[in-house]
Design a protein around this ligand. Structure first.
Ligand code: HEC
Length: 704
């Protein structure tokens, strides 16, 4: 821990210093620095969290403040001098998997979560490691992490750092040295739950959700007491077995909108990311996920809206009691979660100030709701869509006929990874604009009528045949959206999809990382690019800004990976970046050296390994591969730069194929064992298909 204030802010010959720095510098020259009282690590009280907006030196919670606007009034770095930003330090997160975390910065210390829920505490001025905590998540749990083994970050409160682990624990660490203080299991370990979201602390309660709806679970959000980890409340998002008593009136009401035997499959509605809090209204806003299974005809065969899937719920933070709900996608059947970033703001709409909640969920509509009542104010499409024709007067999407994929496979926009995913938005109070990392990708969807629930396996009731091919192009762009007029104001097209979260700062600045491996600063009002720098890997997470000893830093946790690069490798390969997690921190005049990224490989070599196989073997291998392997190794065996591209696997790997795939030989490295899922013959068919794809790539030079 830093416990003294070091001497002078760094002045090294910058030409355009802001007045603030200059004065700080003069002060430092005039008077030797007095030793400051020791800073208590993680000293974040409720009062401090409520006043986080004025606490410009720090980034105290996931979205900087409870309102989650990701706006900082810091102005030392401005549109004039941003071109002088340089790397101050970097810290290796020692991972090849996707990094999604927002760092939390408290009084000169940074806390950031790497994949497998490993927490790194760093000196925020130097990047020096203060401590590291590895919760030892069993690597076999990667099988239940649909979208990689990522963590979106930690929460800090009262001297403790809270991390939700991939295998469903909530752990409280001593912020000073990383030793665990308490740990509690937040899930039924016999169910395929996972935690990737960042906790928030509200009134001394640590709020945490979970994921798992792709495998079959029932969603909920829990609140644990910060001091001892005891459960204060748990609120389910979808009804359970209706023959048992309902947990709440809200669940009883929800059950009227379901039918069939959904509770046997879980139902879904997991709370895997978005949380926000309004201290004034004392409401906690929670985003809920997609249905489990995805296809509604399998989940709730008699119809119904299936509350509270794909909804924003307003809860009382003391009890978890529901106050209102708004369902963004009634009867979801396209994997349209409403777990995307929930942001609060006060906007003048039609001549009166409205307290609103804003969201750009996967379904492609930007929603503005009254956050006191849940009343729909306005909404409009922010990304290409064909599943809906628009919104009715109550904000309910009007489904198109095309969106019904029961009779034939349909290319649905937005895709399952959404018009916008977990990548955080930001709001600039001066421009009044919301900055959305937007996705425009289609996805062929077909109804799998033969689906039967298999506990602990993929349970979608959807087939995605041909999802990597057919000229499907993935677009990604940064979009400045006016939430009052519900119109785009400007947009910047990116090289590839799956670009980073955004950060708005005073003096008209906007920061965003890019899929193709850069951190970029834009002018917030018109999108003009002002500065860019290479990051050595794709940048997906949201940047933060803070000061230490008067020096402003902009930092981001970089590292390519996650559902898009894993599952949609051929599209993700447009970015031509590979994994390699690191935290990068920038300041004016910074001149640290960027650690090199991994180079993009040349075309796959012709495989030397031979396997006797018929065309029927290859076809069956393709089917099994896309069912069990494609989600991590990429559709059509094209890797997207994150998990191994199997077309490059050499003879030694192919000789050990059965041992690796069925025997769990690489289980400790995150490659699950499929011994109970695939027979030896089936694994051989998968291998035949992998070799077929590798040969095809080598002869056609088919790498994008
Ligand atoms: C949950 C994600 C995930 C799934 C699903 C998955 N893998 Fe893997 N696989 C990995 C990871 C991570 C590695 C890298 C392990 C390492 O570092 O060696 C890997 C490595 C491998 C390797 C070694 C590659 C090499 O060149 O070293 C083979 C072969 C392999 N996987 C085959 C398969 C097959 C076949 C399937 C489907 C039956 C499959 N995998 C499903 C994550 C996954």
């Amino acid at each position: 821990m830093r416990d003294t204030v070091p001497a002078t802010p760094l002045l090294q010959g910058r030409s355009r210093l802001t007045l603030a720095v200059l004065l700080a510098g003069l002060w430092a020259c005039a008077e030797p620095p007095a030793p400051a009282p020791p800073v208590q690590a993680g000293n974040v009280s409720d009062a401090r969290l409520r006043a986080a907006g004025e606490d410009t030196a720090n980034w105290l919670s996931h979205g900087r403040t409870y309102a989650e606007q990701r706006y900082s009034p810091l102005a030392q770095i401005d549109a004039e001098n941003v071109s002088e930003l340089g790397l101050a330090w970097s810290a290796d997160l020692q991972t090849m998997r996707g990094v999604q975390a927002t760092p939390i910065v408290v009084d000169g210390s940074m806390y950031v979560a790497a994949p497998w829920s490993v927490v790194h505490a760093l000196d925020a001025a130097t990047g020096e490691e203060l401590w590291r905590y590895d919760p030892q998540v069993p690597k076999t749990h990667s099988r239940f992490a649909c979208c990689s083994v990522a963590s979106r970050g930690v929460a800090v409160h009262d001297g403790r750092v809270f991390v939700g682990t991939l295998d469903g624990r909530l752990v409280a660490l001593d912020a000073a040295d990383g030793t665990p203080v308490w740990e509690t299991l937040t899930v039924d370990p016999s169910q395929p739950y996972s935690i990737t979201g960042a906790a928030r602390v509200v009134k001394g309660l640590v709020i945490i959700g979970n994921g798992g709806a792709e495998y079959g679970v029932r969603g909920y959000v829990s609140a644990y007491r910060s001091e001892d980890g005891t459960l204060a409340w748990r609120t389910y998002t979808v009804p359970g077995d209706p023959s048992l008593p309902f947990e709440s009136p809200a669940m009883e009401k929800a059950a009227e909108t379901w039918n069939g035997e959904w509770w046997r499959y879980g139902g879904g509605g997991t709370v895997w990311d978005a949380l926000a809090y309004d201290p004034e209204l004392d409401l906690l806003y929670v985003g809920t996920g997609n249905g489990s299974p995805h296809a509604r005809w399998a989940r709730s065969p008699g119809g119904g809206d299936n509350l509270y899937l794909a909804s924003i719920l307003a809860l009382r933070p003391d009890t978890g009691e529901q106050v209102w709900h708004f369902q963004t996608t009634p009867a979801d059947t396209w994997d349209y979660t409403a777990t995307q970033h929930i942001m609060l703001a006060d906007l003048e709409i039609d001549g009166r100030m409205r307290k609103v909640v804003m969201q750009a969920p996967k379904n492609g509509f930007f929603f503005v709701l009254d956050r006191e009542t849940g009343e729909f104010i306005s909404g409009a499409p922010f990304s290409k869509m064909n599943w809906a024709l628009g919104l009715d007067a109550d904000g309910r999407p009007i489904e198109s006929e095309y969106g019904d994929y029961r009779t034939e496979t349909r290319m649905i926009y937005p895709s399952q990874i959404g018009g916008h995913n977990w990548h955080p938005m930001s709001f600039h109070p001066n421009t009044g604009l919301v900055y959305i990392p937007t996705l425009e990708i289609g996805m062929p969807m077909g109804y799998d009528e033969e689906w039967v629930h298999q506990p602990g396996r993929w349970n979608l009731a959807v087939s995605f045949d041909g999802y990597a091919s057919g000229g499907n192009v993935a677009l990604g762009y940064l979009q400045a959206w006016d939430p009052v007029t519900q119109r785009p104001v400007w947009r910047v097209d990116h090289v590839a999809a799956w670009n980073g979260g955004t950060l708005a700062t005073a003096h008209n600045l906007l920061f965003q990382g890019s899929a193709d491996g850069r951190l970029v600063a834009y002018r917030a009002d018109d999108g003009e690019m002002l500065w860019e720098t290479p990051a050595g890997t794709g940048v997906m997470a949201g940047p933060v800004t803070y000061t230490v000893d008067g020096q402003q830093y902009v930092a981001v946790a970089a590292g390519w990976g996650g559902s898009f690069p894993m599952g949609m490798g051929s599209m993700a390969a447009q970015a031509r970046v590979r994994g390699g997690g690191r935290v990068l921190a920038y300041r004016l005049g910074g001149d640290a050296e960027l650690p090199p990224g991994l180079p993009w490989p040349g075309p796959p070599p012709m495989p030397s390994f031979a396997l006797e196989a018929s065309q029927a073997d290859v076809d069956e291998g393709s089917r099994l591969y896309h069912l069990e392997c494609g989600v991590c190794h990429g559709g059509e065996v094209v890797g997207g730069g994150s998990v191994h591209d199997l077309r490059y696997s050499g003879e030694a790997v192919h000789e050990r194929f059965q041992a690796i795939v069925r025997g769990g030989e690489r289980a400790q490295l995150g490659m699950p064992a499929f011994g109970e899922i695939l027979s030896e013959e089936e694994a051989r068919q998968v291998q035949a298909y992998v070799l077929f794809a590798a040969r095809q790539a080598a002869t056609q030079d088919a790498t994008p």
